[in-house]
Design a protein around this ligand. Structure first.
Ligand SMILES: Cc1cc2nc3c(=O)[nH]c(=O)nc-3n(C[C@H](O)[C@H](O)[C@H](O)COP(=O)(O)OP(=O)(O)OC[C@H]3O[C@@H](n4cnc5c(N)ncnc54)[C@H](O)[C@@H]3O)c2cc1C
Length: 411
């Protein structure tokens, strides 16, 4: 019997065994004995990326969250979720540079897929990684640091190199932020002022449904030492109250309206204590080099009337370039074009090749953890190096699965 479904309920895992080791030694024995096994994080991916005959969850291991004040890093067990890590750091006066919209996701799953938040000067979440420990195919334990040649290939690794057991992230002193929402941004003014808007705060998200300017919002997440948000943002007006991201739900977003608070209660869009939504949604996202952002927006906007009936909302975010081989921001500052779809797979899946064709001139890399049609392998200049690395770590392919065969190994 299947171990169940992903968070959205869309993918039923083919796996029939879910191991929950209580120690690293037990995990090593499980991995050494299994013919085909992968790590399962918090099940927030939308596709079959995590799947395998056997899966292993690290949620039973002690979190063991340890801050090193001298190196300004935190290390912890790989089953830990961002919300739990962030609360522990904040309690000790430390902060993370960035977070994704949802604090419920596991750190290991997020960095494995190049998950990101927003901010012109912030990289993907994987960029904060400064050390990994993992169990390899033979049950061995291996550590990888930025000094190792394979580091840039091993962070965003899609679970293909082994079961990550411990992660070290860079931290910084805790900081205060405010979140301000502006509604009704005219589309043309967005295009004219895109750089000014995305650089207006530490982390900026733009929401649109591609057809109705009244639904186009800008969320500014500003650090205390930044400029105060304006009274009018290129025609968009500040909203005094918290907004909902998905219609009909109770407000589950982190505090808005310009109220100061700790970083971990402003950077994610959703509160940790609330279920972010009922899972009745699908997601897709493409990362385009920033230099193509406006042309890519125009191309998707031309499809607006086809997209809008099936869409809850689109979010546009930015991130700084990194050197991680499989990252969506590999060697380019990037803009992410995200779609939160209604749970209508029969309508949504046929739209994906249409959107990908429209984005074809703009070198769009799909988010590894969301729904997409095709990965263009030529957009990852180090993909062959990654495949070699995977062969070295896992010669018999016990961490390979149909997703990886289709999208990574099929050369
Ligand atoms: C409501 C919602 C909001 C989201 N918001 C964002 C967002 O703001 N930004 C964004 O970029 N993405 C976002 N995502 C996507 C999400 O961040 C990614 O799908 C991420 O991979 C989820 O992590 P997970 O632990 O749930 O992964 P899973 O789906 O459980 O696994 C994903 C991958 O990580 C691997 N993995 C997990 N743990 C380990 C480990 N210990 N060792 C090795 N490999 C491991 C798995 O094998 C698999 O390949 C969102 C998803 C949802 C459902």
């Amino acid at each position: 019997m299947s171990i169940g479904t992903n968070w959205a309920g869309y993918h039923e895992y083919a796996a029939t065994t879910l191991h929950r080791p209580a120690s690293i030694d037990e995990l090593r024995e499980i991995v050494a004995a299994a013919p085909s096994i992968r790590a399962l994080g918090s099940r927030h991916s939308f596709n079959d990326l995590a799947d395998s005959a056997e899966l292993v969850s690290l949620e039973g291991l002690e979190p063991s969250i340890l801050v090193d004040d001298d190196s300004e890093t935190v290390s912890f067990s790989a089953g830990v979720r961002y919300g739990e890590l962030a609360a522990a750091l904040q309690a000790e006066g430390w902060g993370l540079r960035n977070m994704a919209s949802l604090p419920h996701i596991s750190v290991a799953g997020a960095i494995a897929t190049s998950t990101h938040g927003s901010g012109d000067r912030n990289g993907t979440l994987a960029r904060a990684v400064s050390g990994l420990e993992l169990v390899t195919a033979d049950g061995g334990l291996r550590t990888i640091s930025p000094a190792d040649d394979e580091f840039d290939g091993a962070v965003v690794a899609l679970g293909a190199l082994g079961i990550v057991t411990r992660i070290t992230l860079d931290v910084e002193p805790s900081y205060q932020m405010r979140q301000d929402v502006f509604a009704g941004l005219p589309w043309e003014r967005l295009l004219e002022n895109y750089d000014a808007i995305t650089s207006r705060a530490y982390s900026v998200s733009i929401f649109t449904d591609w057809v109705d300017d009244a639904r186009t919002m800008v969320w500014l997440k500003s650090r205390l030492d930044e400029r105060t948000p304006p009274k009018d943002l290129y025609g968009a007006k500040p909203l005094p109250d918290d907004v909902r991201l998905v219609e009909g739900e109770e407000s589950n977003t982190t505090q808005q309206g310009g109220v100061l608070g700790p970083w971990n209660e402003r950077l994610p869009h959703f509160k940790m204590g609330f279920t972010p939504s009922n899972g009745d949604e699908l997601q897709t996202e493409y990362l385009v080099p920033r230099r193509h952002a406006l042309d890519a927006f125009r191309a998707v906007r031309a499809l607006g009337p086809r997209i809008a009936p099936h869409l809850h909302i689109t979010e546009l975010r930015t991130m700084a370039a990194d050197s991680l081989w499989l990252s969506g921001a590999y060697e380019t500052d990037a803009t992410a074009i995200h779609f939160t779809w209604k749970n209508q797979p029969d309508a949504v899946l046929p739209l994906l090749p249409v959107i990908e064709a429209a984005l074809e001139p703009f070198d769009a890399r799909p988010h590894w953890g969301k729904l997409f049609h095709t990965v263009r392998r030529e957009l990852y200049p180090r993909l062959d190096d990654f495949v070699s690395l995977a062969h070295e770590f896992d010669p018999e392919g016990k961490f390979r699965n149909p997703f990886l065969e289709r999208n990574v190994f099929a050369g």
